[in-house]
Design a protein around this ligand. Structure first.
Ligand code: PRP
Ligand code: URA
Length: 209
């Protein structure tokens, strides 16, 4: 059974509080998204398997730990998920990056797919699907369905803010996927926006409002 981790670290709560403020400008918003993503990723990568490697320090031989296997792949859900990548790649620069393009139809709130490009060896990697917002859950579920169809098994999902509706739906759809959430909010409004939330994440990251 996958786990649901709601982050409670003070640094993270402080930064998410800054993200929520409507007066936070694009430049600060973007930087904060990167920092928050890095902090969530730190927790989400806690249980990655390690292997031993013999090395030499300047003084003697020793055994060190390194991440086992084919390593990792970050998969942002376009477009807002891109905002999380820089922060994550700063602490995990060798990770590969796949992209899934989805947008939410404003009327139906259903996800519409427009792009998917994954590394050819993605099925051998630990996958971190990242998106700032988990609202109805439609986009996250569609993205993970796409990955599962490609035979990809080891998937974690990271978001900055989740609504209870989307979190429950995602966990029911994929009970084996670990979900890491920066903050769990109260509910969705009638237009599918998270309350209190932070508004439209993509528009705030890219300054398109
Ligand atoms: C936002 C967000 C998620 C989705 C969440 O993207 O980044 O992908 O909505 O909503 P859901 O859980 O109800 O599916 P949006 O569709 O606005 O596209 P964008 O990233 O291109 O702005
Ligand atoms: N997408 C966003 O960007 N914000 C929300 O509150 C919900 C979906």
């Amino acid at each position: 059974m996958g786990k649901i981790v709601i982050m409670d670290h003070p640094l993270l709560q402080h930064k998410i509080g800054l993200l929520r403020r409507k007066e936070t400008p694009t430049k600060d918003f973007r930087e904060l998204v990167g920092e928050v993503a890095m902090l969530i990723y730190y927790e989400a990568s806690r249980d990655l398997p390690l292997t031993d490697r013999e090395i030499e320090t300047p003084l003697c031989k020793t055994t060190v730990k390194e991440i086992a296997g084919k390593k990792l792949c970050i998969v942002p859900i376009l477009r807002a998920g891109i905002g999380l990548c820089d922060g994550i790649l700063r602490i995990n620069p060798s990770a590969k990056v796949g992209h899934i393009g989805l947008y939410r139809d404003e009327e139906t709130l259903e996800p519409v797919e427009y792009f998917c490009k994954m590394p050819s060896d993605a099925a051998q990697r630990d996958i971190f699907v990242v998106d700032p917002m988990l609202a109805t859950g439609g986009s996250a579920i569609a993205a993970i369905e796409l990955l599962r169809k490609r035979g990809i098994k080891r998937i974690r999902f990271l978001c900055l803010i989740a609504a209870p509706e989307g979190l429950n739906k995602l966990h029911e759809a994929f009970p084996d996927v670990d979900i890491y959430v920066g903050a769990l909010d109260e509910k969705l409004n009638e237009r599918g926006y998270i309350l209190p939330g932070l508004g439209d994440a993509g528009d705030r990251i890219f300054g398109t409002k």
